[in-house]
Design a protein around this ligand. Structure first.
Ligand code: KG4
Ligand code: ZN
Length: 310
């Protein structure tokens, strides 16, 4: 839950659900129940922190989709009810638009147009962003999302969910050049594919049982991110866009941030990285995206419904 004043996040309450850790992924039913319990408390806590009341609010926003429908229904319905009760406008925000808007929570003022890679557990989407409300999809994964590949590899190793940070921790202690993995290929130049790399990890593990898991993770992570970085740089050059951005849960990975920072500098591209606290799903990015719609009067009718897929 975040409270935004048009420029800054004034207060926020973040609750990360840990109940899914040992199950290899999010259990949708549990996620919904946790939302149901936490949401009313989070709203009250945010108001308490700021000494504001319902009367001080101007607009209420919530994620509309794509995402887990049970969780979306609870947040969306809660926010619509709040807006209706207070007579406030309501804005339903597109999940990916919000990830892109997380760049505006960084220190560097964002200049558009911008080429942005959204790298999460559900999406690996490349957008040309002309304005926070105007995004053109240039390419996307043809199978697993990059975060999903991390989660599946982690689950294969018996590590907790989410798998990305677990693989990153192991990779820090390993050798990125220990094993070489083949780079994926796609029919269209700006699409992605990760399921082959995921299978290659499993085969490599079975073939080199004596190889330290740290080396295997470091090599695999290196290949995945080299692939992402090369694509992003090439796409920016091909589209003649001098600025690139990286957002989403996977953007929290320090190794990826380093690789991209170096590659962008070498290519002479201006780089925007989502601030670390706003890489994984969060309310602040929903608020920033909603603010752009609020300014242009793009309200959402209270009869609108959340959606699971685009
Ligand atoms: O954006 P996000 O919180 O939720 C979705 O919209 O999906 O992204 C979650 C994904 C998970 O797959 C998680 O494993 C991955 O982001 N992730 C990471 C790291 N932190 C989170 N992947 C690689 N390295 C990380 N440090
Ligand atoms: Zn997300």
């Amino acid at each position: 839950m975040a409270l935004f004043d048009g420029q800054h996040i004034v207060a926020e309450v973040v609750y990360r659900q840990s109940i899914h850790a040992s199950y290899g992924g999010v259990i949708p039913e549990w996620a919904s129940r946790e939302h149901e319990v936490r949401l009313p408390l989070a709203v009250l806590q945010v108001l308490e922190k700021t000494h504001l009341t319902w009367k001080d609010l101007q607009v209420v926003a919530a994620a509309q989709g794509p995402g887990l429908i049970g969780s979306l229904l609870i947040g969306f319905t809660f926010a619509r009810a709040l807006a209706a009760a207070q007579g406030l406008p309501f804005i339903g925000v597109h999940h990916l638009q919000a990830h892109v808007a997380s760049l505006e929570l960084g220190e560097k003022p964002v200049v558009y147009p911008l080429l942005v890679l959204v790298a999460t557990g559900g999406h690996t989407h490349l957008f040309r962003v002309a304005h926070p409300l105007e995004m053109e999809l240039l390419g996307q994964t043809q199978d697993d999302a990059v975060g999903e590949a991390f989660d599946k590899v982690a689950a294969f190793l018996g590590l907790p969910y989410p798998g990305g940070p677990e693989i990153e921790k192991l990779a820090e202690k390993g050798l990125p050049s220990a094993v070489s993995f083949p780079m994926p290929r796609t029919a269209r130049p700006w699409d992605f594919s990760f399921s082959g790399l995921k299978t290659a990890f499993i085969h490599a593990r079975q073939r080199h049982m004596d190889l330290p898991t740290e080396d295997l993770c470091a090599s695999w992570q290196h290949t995945v991110f080299t692939y992402l970085v090369q694509k992003l740089i090439q796409a920016a050059q091909a589209h003649r866009i001098p600025r690139i951005g990286l957002v989403g849960g996977v953007a929290a990975n320090q190794y990826l941030r380093q690789l991209l920072t170096q590659a962008a500098a070498e290519a002479g591209l201006d780089l925007y990285l989502a601030p670390l606290p706003y890489c994984m799903d969060n309310a602040a990015m929903i608020a920033v995206a909603a603010w752009h719609r609020y300014l242009t009067g793009h309200y959402t009718p209270l009869t609108a419904a959340p959606f699971a897929r685009e």
